[in-house]
Ligand binder design. Sequence first.
Ligand SMILES: C[S@@+](CC[C@H](N)C(=O)[O-])C[C@H]1O[C@@H](n2cnc3c(N)ncnc32)[C@H](O)[C@@H]1O
Length: 269
Amino acid sequence: MMPLPSRVGRLIGVSLGPGDPGLMTRRAWALLERRDAAWTYPARSTKTPSYAFDIVLRSGIALPAQHQALLFPMTHDEVKLLRHWHRAAEVVLPVLQAGQDVLFLVEGDASTYATFGHLARTVRAIDERVAVDVVPGVNSFTAASATLGQPLAEQDDTVAILPAAYGVGAVDRLLHDFDTLVLLKVKPLMDELIDWLEQRGLLRHAQFIERCGAPDERVVTDLPSLRGQKVSYLSLIIVRNPHRVRGERIKGCLKKASPLVSQTTEEKE
Ligand SMILES: C[S@@+](CC[C@H](N)C(=O)[O-])C[C@H]1O[C@@H](n2cnc3c(N)ncnc32)[C@H](O)[C@@H]1O
């Protein structure tokens, strides 16, 4: 048996931001410029190009000698998912065990609904010597807020970030408690979501953004125009909810308003 090398490589989840290479962090950029690490990146099928890989291609950074797509199909089938995480781990592990670092390229932020967590857990379950690092990044909805020119949250605003997959009923229940709703994975529910926004008088307060940061980014404010249209998986909707009735804020970072008002009044007198 071949002796194992003393150093096992690190598995590094490198967040790339939502699509514009200009939104990569310096740390991500520096890692990608290393020539001694192998790259892996997720792809949904052999026919769909990897969005993460495409971001790096557009950055102009030279490709390393070793780079490979790992297949993660879009499914809720637990058995299928486990099988693919395992297969991906089996591709990555020999490289790590040979002492080479492996970068896993992640679109958006690696801690936000990303495949990286599953891969890292599977790899460590097989070989716990593998150390895992995460380089954080700009996620899709903060970039989208900037593109839309609207804050995600101000003062004591509450924000809910959720996959719309739970259905319109679940999204609707959040209106009571949240000022901003960030709806991810909206593709299969577009028409239902548009109907719901209309019923709730929220159409004017909702914006749709597709492939934020990519050259073919699309922003749609007239959501009914999207009825019956096919949209990209990389789409989200941000809803600002003007109807929420706020309770009294018990503690916050702001000073109580009344003494300030009386002081200002006193100063004027
Ligand atoms: C699996 S989650 C990945 C989230 C990502 N890691 C992040 O930090 O934003 C995929 C969902 O995020 C949203 N998303 C990711 N990238 C996007 C982009 N560039 N433009 C619009 N929505 C995006 C879409 O709702 C998509 O269905």
